[in-house]
Design a protein around this ligand. Sequence first.
Ligand code: C5P
Length: 311
Amino acid sequence: MSSAAVMPSSVTVRVPAKVNLELLVGAPREDGYHPLATVYHAVSLYDEVTVVGADDWGVGVSGPQSLGVPVDESNLALRAARMLAEVGEVREPVHVSIRKDIPVMGGMAGGSADAAAALVACDRLWGLALPRTELEEIAAELGSDVPFLLSGGTSMGSGRGEVLAPVLARGSFHWVFALSETGLSTPAVYAECDRLRGETPVKHPSSSPQMMQALRSGDPRALGEALQNDLQAAAISLMPALGDVLDAGLEFGALGGVVSGSGPTVAFVVENNEAALDLAVSLTASGAVQDVRRATGPAHGAHEISGPRPG
Ligand code: C5P
């Protein structure tokens, strides 16, 4: 019996944000990228990306964090869709709609997440069913964080962040994120990190035993103590108020705090859901933070949430 697959007329994919539990940065390579030893952790703060067949390529953005997202050809989700079309020899344009709840230029890989989601959504819409390794290769071309957002969970990242390896992590963690009204440019933060280091020799980064142990134990207190980010000093140098946000979170009972990726979002790990609520309220009431989000991790990577709808 022949069973022609029913192609959906639209596909919606949900994709998480990430925080780097550990982000160790080496000296810049010849291509300008920095070698990393990082631990990625996906958290339950999501964007939703919907793709639908259209007469021409296009992108639209809505939702609480849509301000500042480009809606032209530079949009990373649109670029992802176009790149997949080229690889899959597809000649059917799509319109990409992004519902954003992940902060823009916030150090939580919002743009990379949308690109990962667009790859998964278009792969399904066009019935390509590409092997995961091939999707990961396209993802890596789009950005260093994009492959991780395909898989989610908790993973080690090396190379420029695109080489993933599993890590043994137990349990789930509760997070409070302090959002900033303005973003930071990732290249600017890396450049500031290089500037602050000056001529000081930098050793090749490798992940710390403390972090591995904290993840194996699933103990939020141990995780709080092990959080570290080599870009933190650079982010604070460019946005000094982040130092006050970190101090406030720790003073209000967080088990640990760290600038997320290249910032300016600050991530705090807490004991449980109740502690997350308490910290979120305290940070908001203190006036040190304009906006907070609570989340848990690890979260699943980009995954379809639309049921198949015959076209
Ligand atoms: O890979 P992605 O496009 O997300 O990187 C954005 C920018 O961040 C790069 O152009 C580079 O300036 C900086 N970067 C870096 N080293 C990395 C990852 C990113 O210097 N490992």
